[in-house]
Design a protein around this ligand. Structure first.
Ligand SMILES: [Zn+2]
Length: 270
């Protein structure tokens, strides 16, 4: 079965990972801009990173028969310095028109501070101006519940938001229900140590169904697994779920969500 990994940081992974994923059936990856594990010293570091995501990574993926799409943004961890964030936001329009860019992401909150909110509102403003899809990062661990509520409050207050074109990512058991209830796509990240394991994700699908759920590995430079999506497929199979349900989760859903972006063009391998 073919699958998408709709949220993975391939810039932090080796070419061997592309090969392993391709052999397992991966046909499309989505790479949101994020924190590379260190703070950038200036806006040109972001420019080079955005070039990496739009010029080099698509080629590296294509060498393994995988289509690479990306999201442009400034992550919440680097959003605290509002002035610096504004310089990065000013860079975004020239990249948003590039052919493999799906929208603005991953943006959101990290420590739920007023400065992070200021930057987030400016990113949403840009997204509304240029009609982008939006991908939200929700905070880690003890900050997640409050941060997710804050993001949902911000979105609810903005009547321009088309909820079917928004994904709120890294949902867990205590945050997925409001995200789905309010009409957004809910991302579930499969991490070995935090966020959700394949077993916990399978439990959530059994409770809430598969509609508007996107599962991803979010694999990056930290403890993570680029084969996490196939691990969930295996777990679902082990539990006796229908192949059609598994395909909806790992292929049909991300295809439907990505297809709402004007830059997404994909011909299935069949
Ligand atoms: Zn991420």
């Amino acid at each position: 079965m073919y699958f998408f990994d709709p949220h993975i940081h391939m810039a932090a992974r080796t070419t061997d990972d592309f090969e392993t994923m391709a052999k397992a059936g991966c046909v499309v990856v989505g790479e949101p801009a994020f924190w590379m594990g260190y703070d950038r010293s200036g806006v040109d570091s972001f420019r080079d990173y955005f070039r990496q995501l739009t010029e080099w990574e698509p080629q590296r993926a294509a060498n393994h028969g995988i289509r690479h799409y990306c999201w442009m943004g400034i992550n919440a961890k680097e959003a605290e310095n509002v002035e610096f964030a504004r310089e990065v936001i000013a860079l975004l329009p020239e990249f948003l028109t590039r052919p493999s860019v799906l929208g603005i992401g991953e943006i959101g909150l990290h420590k739920n501070t007023p400065n992070e909110v200021t930057t987030l509102l400016e990113l949403i403003e840009l997204g509304m101006k240029t009609d982008e899809q939006l991908l939200f990062h929700t905070p880690h661990l003890e900050d997640k519940y409050l941060g997710t509520r804050m993001i949902l409050d911000i979105l609810r207050a903005d009547s321009r938001i088309d909820r079917t074109r928004v994904c709120v990512d890294h949902c867990e058991e205590h945050t997925i229900r409001p995200v789905l209830d309010e009409g957004y796509w809910a991302g579930i990240t499969l991490y070995p140590t935090s966020k959700a394991t394949p077993q916990r994700a399978a439990d959530m699908v059994e409770i809430y169904g598969a509609e508007r759920i996107l599962v991803n590995s979010s694999a990056d430079w930290g403890p993570s697994d680029p084969m996490a999506v196939p691990a969930l497929m295996f777990e679902m199979r082990r539990r006796g779920h229908a192949e059609s349900l598994i395909q909806q989760l790992v292929y049909d859903n991300p295809l439907k969500f990505f297809s709402q972006s004007r830059n997404f063009q994909f011909t299935p391998p069949e």
